[in-house]
Design a protein around this ligand. Structure first.
Ligand SMILES: *Cc1c(COP(=O)(O)O)cnc(C)c1O
Length: 394
C-alpha cells in the first residue's frame, strides 16, 4: 500500500451548485461581497470568540505584503529591515522584499523551532530603528507567545506582523483561536495544502479595527475614496466563489482538526526517537507530521527519505533548504551564523498528513517509518562502534 504525503481535500465545488447559482444570480463576484462578508463574520464569531476584525485576501502571501506595507506605512524611511526567522517558507521574505525591505534573519529556538527570543532581542538592540517590522512565524501552527510580541511592540516601538500561515485550527491555552485579540497583524493561509484547505485564500486578522479598515482599502487598489487612491494598494481581493469554499470548510473544520490531531498523536507515540515540538494546553493545527531525526543524523536524512519513498510512503523535509540557504535570498537578505536553524533544517522530516487518512493508511506509515528508523539507527551505531572509525579520526 502506498500513502501520499498530503492529499488536499477542500470542499467540493461540484456539490455546491445551489450556492454557486446564488452567486451568479446576484451578479456580485468579488469586492467583498455578501459571501465574503458572512465568512469574515463567521471566522470572528467561531474562531476568534467574537473578538477582533478580519479581512480575506486572495492568498496569504498577498496578505503578508499588505500587512507589512500597512505596518511600516508611517515609519521613517531610514528603517530598512524585516526581522524574521529563516526556518520558514519563502513567502515572508519575498513579501518583505516587495515592500522594499531587506529580510534580516534571526536564529530559532531549538525546542519550538520558532524565532529565538534572545536572538530576536539581540538584533533589535543591535539594529535599533533600522528594523521596520518584526515578522515571526508561528512554526507549523505552534502556539507562539504573542504576549511577548505585544511587549516587544511597546518596548521597541516596532510593528509586528505574524506569519501564521499554518495556524488556522490552533487553539491557545485560553481556549481561543490562536491570535485572538492580538493588536498587531496576523496572516493565515487557506491554501489547498494547509489544514484549513480551500484553493487559494488567506485571512488577515487584527484586534485593531482601524488596521483592518485600512488594509481593506489597500487590498482594493488603495482606494480610500470612491475610485481614488489615498494610500499604497494592489488588488488582493478574494472572489465570492473563493469565499464560498472558505465558508464550507469552516462548517466541517472541527472534524478535520480531530483527525489530524489523532494522526499526530500516533506519530508521537510510535516514534520516540524523533523530536517533536512541545505540546501545548490547547490544540495545534497540523499541516503535516513534523519531527527531527536524532542528533547527528542530518547527513543521512536523504537516505532515510529515499527508503520511505521506495516503500511507498510520501514524505518531505519542510523547511530544508531554509530561506537563507536559498540562492535568491543569499544575495537579498542579511544574516549571521544560524546554528540552530541549520541543525533543525538538516534533521527535519515531514510525514504524511491528510484528513481523509484511513486507519489502515496510518498504520502502514507507522510500520514503514518504524522499520526504516530502526534500520537507520542500527547502522549508525555500527558505523560509530567500529574501533578503526575513531582511530581514523585521530
Ligand atoms: C503556505 C505558507 C505561506 C503562503 O501562503 P499562501 O496562501 O500559499 O500564499 C506563507 N508562509 C508560510 C509559513 C506558509 O507555510
Amino acid at each position: 500500500m502506498s500513502v501520499a504525503f498530503i492529499r488536499p481535500n477542500p470542499p467540493r465545488l461540484s456539490e455546491l451548485a445551489a450556492e454557486l447559482r446564488e452567486i451568479e444570480d446576484r451578479r456580485m463576484f468579488s469586492n467583498f461581497g455578501p459571501v465574503n462578508s458572512a465568512f469574515e463574520q463567521d471566522m470572528i464569531d467561531q474562531v476568534f470568540s467574537g473578538v477582533g476584525h478580519a479581512m480575506t485576501a486572495c492568498n496569504a502571501t498577498i496578505g503578508l505584503i499588505l500587512a507589512i506595507q500597512q505596518a511600516i506605512g508611517d515609519r521613517p524611511t531610514t528603517t530598512r529591515y524585516a526581522l524574521m526567522p529563516s526556518f520558514t517558507f519563502a513567502a515572508a521574505a519575498q513579501a518583505a522584499l516587495w515592500c522594499g525591505l531587506t529580510p534580516l534573519f534571526c536564529d530559532i529556538d531549538p525546542a519550538t523551532w520558532a524565532a529565538c527570543p534572545r536572538d530576536e532581542e539581540r538584533l533589535l538592540s543591535e539594529y535599533g530603528d533600522k528594523i521596520a517590522v518584526v515578522v515571526p512565524y508561528a512554526t507549523f501552527g505552534f502556539d507562539i507567545d504573542l504576549t511577548r510580541y505585544e511587549r516587544l511592540m511597546a518596548q521597541h516601538k516596532v510593528p509586528v506582523v505574524v506569519d501564521a500561515a499554518a495556524s488556522l485550527g490552533t487553539v491557545s491555552s485560553d481556549g481561543r483561536g490562536f491570535g485572538t485579540g492580538f493588536s498587531g497583524t496576523i496572516v493565515y493561509s487557506m491554501h489547498a495544502t494547509k489544514a484549513f484547505s480551500t484553493g487559494e485564500a488567506g485571512i488577515v486578522y487584527s484586534g485593531d479595527q482601524a488596521r483592518i479598515d485600512e488594509l481593506r482599502q489597500m487590498c482594493n487598489f488603495g482606494f480610500g475614496e470612491a475610485r481614488a487612491a489615498t494610500m499604497p494598494g494592489l488588488n488582493g481581493k478574494l472572489s465570492e466563489v473563493g469565499a464560498l469554499l472558505c465558508q464550507q470548510q469552516l462548517k466541517r473544520f472541527d472534524g478535520t482538526m480531530l483527525r489530524r490531531s489523532q494522526i499526530m498523536a500516533r506519530y508521537r507515540e510510535a516514534f520516540p526517537e524523533l523530536t517533536f515540538q512541545p505540546r501545548r494546553l490547547g490544540r495545534q493545527a497540523h499541516q503535516f507530521g513534523v519531527g527531527l531525526l536524532p542528533e547527528g543524523f542530518g547527513p543521512r536524512r536523504s537516505e532515510f527519505q529515499a527508503a520511505l519513498t521506495a516503500a511507498g510512503i510520501g514524505n518531505a523535509a519542510y523547511f530544508s533548504p531554509h530561506v537563507a540557504q536559498q540562492r535568491y535570498f543569499a544575495n537579498h537578505a542579511i544574516f549571521g551564523e544560524l546554528p540552530v536553524t541549520n541543525d533543525v533544517a538538516s534533521r527535519v522530516i515531514s510525514l504524511p498528513m491528510f484528513d481523509t487518512m484511513t486507519d489502515a493508511e496510518l498504520e502502514e506509515v507507522v510500520t514503514v517509518v518504524r522499520r526504516e528508523l530502526t534500520a537507520l539507527i542500527e547502522t549508525q551505531s555500527a558505523i560509530t562502534q567500529w574501533p578503526w572509525a575513531s582511530m581514523a579520526a585521530d
